[in-house]
Design a protein around this ligand. Structure first.
Ligand code: SAH
Length: 510
């Protein structure tokens, strides 16, 4: 089964990481992806570049396509021989109308598969610190539609039975019916003191939870202004949240952070920030490309034996240098007795990938310290030093080495270019005051970010800036900004710690 079939895939509750492995595999292979309002855009972006993406969710409260229209669309697309993935929020068979779509496939004689997903009722509860079952508190779990108002004459819901349930009840699609639902439960005998919660956008950085009792939840919900999508959770298990609320207590929970890095490097920083609960928007501010003119680098490689030292200040510098070495039909043996200095652990790690260890590693990643570290390994007077770097690297390192009496060859091993993709979205988020932090991991990210995003718009927004170290900070200062946090150790982890410390200091002050 593959071409000409329909896959009903559960996308999970919101966090894109909560899709199944099977679901992800199908999304990445599909010819057509038909998706809903509740599906994370990040999952949709995992489809092939040439896949047809069709949004059938809500637009300003209305569905773009009726259920009949969706059924027909799925069948028509499958009949053309396409592999159709119908990506649905949560689980396709839990209030997802997936059953209707599957029946339609059967009717049309089209093969289909169902890939279950984590349903919102269970996942939003878990992320709010509420286990839906718990020994001695809840031995059963009911998933209930909150869409049918209890006073509806043709309602299938038996509130008398629900009031006697004695376990956990999770109502879906019930935000506008919190009051009639709670009232009907107590009218049929449920204790009004039973704990109850409302969880909106569960498992995402927009998650919001309010808690009360069945008696108070209608007022609490009204005062909080919570809108769909949200689930109502009723039962003694809600009280466990007081101790188990793990997700919303993360230090960067609810913070949106724009990460400005080269596309190929963003993921480590993004992953670390997400571990702390942040909502990360990756803006690839720079692209790494080979030098426009690689002659100086090629000349340096032809004369490698003449250098006493090579100083690598970035992982990209290592890559650029070894690519050029490779193009010259050479390998690391060409370095012979030349000593190597690496600046920063990531640079050293990249060098280790080439089977080489550095002879020197400065403790601090500032120019004077680098020069001092080299000088400590032997007098630099008359020494030849090669620095394969970015076309935008500041001159201060070269000056510091020259001041020690060395002759320095500063060659471009790679170029950084602005990458404007995403800048527009950042501008929109800034205008809505929806960005809390922007991170800068090099001078070039500062330069390229402000090339793409108008500094005045950044100044107008109440956004904070985080810098990886003094050189990047200086570039920010030159651009008229003072960073709100600067990493103590000038690494990705150091940068993340600086943001967490800043938020923590504020949290304890307030
Ligand atoms: N098939 C989906 C449910 C679709 S019905 C599933 O299994 O989860 C839509 C309802 O699901 C919403 O009205 C809301 O009650 C609930 N829902 C979906 N995503 C949610 C989320 N991230 N947080 C809270 N409730 C959510």
């Amino acid at each position: 089964m593959n071409k000409g079939s329909i896959y009903l895939v559960g996308a999970g509750p919101g966090d894109p990481g909560l899709i199944t492995v099977r679901g992800m595999d199908l999304v990445s292979r599909a010819d057509v992806v038909v998706y809903d309002y509740l599906v994370s855009p990040r999952l949709v972006r995992c489809a092939r570049d040439d896949a047809e993406l069709i949004y059938v969710g809500k637009k300003a409260g209305k569905h773009t396509l009726s259920q009949d229209g969706i059924n027909k669309l799925l069948v028509d697309k499958a009949r053309t021989g396409a592999m159709v993935v119908r990506l649905k929020g949560g689980d396709p068979f839990v209030f997802g109308r997936g059953g209707e779509e599957a029946l339609e496939a059967v009717e049309a004689g089209i093969a289909f598969e169902v890939v279950p997903g984590i349903t919102a009722g269970v996942a939003a509860a878990a992320y709010a610190g509420i286990p839906v079952t718990h020994r001695t508190i809840a031995s059963n779990l009911g998933l209930v539609t909150g869409h049918e108002t209890p006073d509806k004459t043709d309602s299938d819901l038996d509130f008398e039975a629900l009031a006697k349930w004695r376990g956990t009840l999770v109502f879906y699609m019930g935000v506008s019916n919190v009051e009639p639902i709670c009232q009907s439960l107590t009218a049929h005998g449920l204790d009004g003191q039973t704990p109850a919660a409302l969880v909106r956008w569960g498992t995402t950085s927009r998650q919001r939870t309010v808690v009360g009792t069945v008696d108070t939840l209608p007022a609490v919900a009204r005062d909080s202004g919570i809108e769909p999508p949200a689930v109502i959770i009723v039962g003694g298990v809600v009280a466990l949240r007081e101790k188990l609320n793990w997700f919303e207590r993360r230090p960067l929970f609810g913070r949106r952070i724009v990460v400005t890095r080269a596309r190929t490097q963003a993921s480590t920083l993004t992953g670390r920030l997400e571990d702390f609960g942040a909502d990360v928007f990756e803006m690839p501010a720079i692209q790494i490309v080979p030098p426009d003119d690689d002659q100086p680098l090629r000349d340096a490689i032809d004369n490698l034996a003449s250098f006493d030292w090579i100083v690598f200040t970035s992982a990209n510098g290592v890559e650029g240098f070894f690519d050029a070495l490779d193009q010259a039909d050479l390998d690391s043996r060409a370095l012979g007795a030349t000593r190597i200095c690496t600046v920063g652990p990531v640079t050293a790690e990249r060098l280790a990938g080439r089977g080489l260890r550095p002879d020197a590693q400065p403790a601090k990643f500032v120019s004077t310290e680098i020069a001092a570290t080299l000088a400590a390994a032997g007098d630099l007077a008359g020494q030849n030093i090669l620095c394969p770097r970015s076309d935008l690297a500041p001159r201060d390192l070269i000056d510091a080495l020259t001041a020690q009496g060395a002759t320095v060859q500063d060659v471009t091993a790679y170029c950084t270019r602005p990458d404007c993709a995403g800048a527009e979205q950042v501008l929109e988020l800034l205008a809505d005051d929806e960005v809390h932090w922007v991170t800068f991991t090099s001078s070039s990210t500062v330069k390229n970010f402000f090339d793409a995003v108008d500094p005045a718009k950044v100044r107008a927004a109440s956004v904070r800036l985080a810098s990886i170290g003094p050189v990047t900070t200086q570039t920010l200062t030159d651009a008229g900004f003072t960073p709100d946090a600067q990493a103590k150790t000038h690494t990705i982890d150091g940068l993340v710690d600086a943001i967490v410390d800043c938020e923590g200091a504020e949290g304890s002050a307030s």
